[in-house]
Design a protein around this ligand. Sequence first.
Ligand SMILES: [Zn+2]
Length: 338
Amino acid sequence: VGKTTSAYLMAKALMCRGQNPLGCDLSADPKDLCPSCQAIKQDGLDQQPDFLEVDAATLEHKAESAREIVEKMSSFPVLARRRVTVMDEAHFLSDEAWGAYLKILEESDTDSVFIFVSSAAGKIRKDIQSRCIRTSFERVADDVMIGHLANVANTNGIAYELDGLRLITRQARGIVRDAVQYLDTTAALGETVTIDTVKLAVDTSLEDLCENLLQTIAARKQVEAVALAEELVRKDMPGKAAERMLSLYSRAIYDKDPELRKIYLGLPDVSAVAGTLAKWAAIPSAPSDIITVIVYELLKTQNRILAHGGGGVKTLTPVVTSSKRASPLAAMLDDEAL
Ligand SMILES: [Zn+2]
């Protein structure tokens, strides 16, 4: 959390012509501000002529735009010390686009700075990464979040049970704004914030379903897993479901949530699960059958392990038959390997 906000603050500081390394204090009198900060105070950062913000996810003709952006950024700044571009969701840039940026990143005598913001930095080419200074951001830790929610609740006279706040924290996945909103929605019911009232106010069904699915796979109940996967597909939020599973995963592995750890350590290949989930969670509009693909990969790995351990089978049995069925997972189940 905080990537884009930090990028804005850094942009303001980099463009400032004053002496303060953080940029001028915007609460000061406008006549005491440098021209860049004055423009920011008056019309906002996005109107400052030397500042550019681009969302790579929605950018069309990425390579062409890259050349235009580089050309614009190569000219002298109008008001500021430097020109600054903030590129959001940078991992969506094409190879050709990166080629254009690489050139300007290699020039050391430029008045231009690029800030690439990404929630999947690992996907960015190594030759780009090695030319950048990298700063990592983390989710707000669960105990910090619970403390914050307790503070908000106490200040506003909201009665709560700690378990209720824990559930809100889980749902918010490190995003403070979401957590406070969930608390607000639950408190609006007029009752104590408990697990039950949170469930009433906040829809936890997607998370419950994701957790259930992983639990079922870990328990090797493959037929049930297929049914749950299909239910998830019907919910029509595949990207969101993948993201939820990734979030459960990171809580299990990094936060060492004991209940979730039991599930994840039972899965066939814990690190492969993370890789698969991360790949798809980064795409908000993932294809509708992505959950099918994830479950397929997990079941396939599980079968491979079972086949090896069970009968000393040396070659892999193909899991998907060629028969055309409505559901690819149902087709998988046709196979005797399952
Ligand atoms: Zn300034």
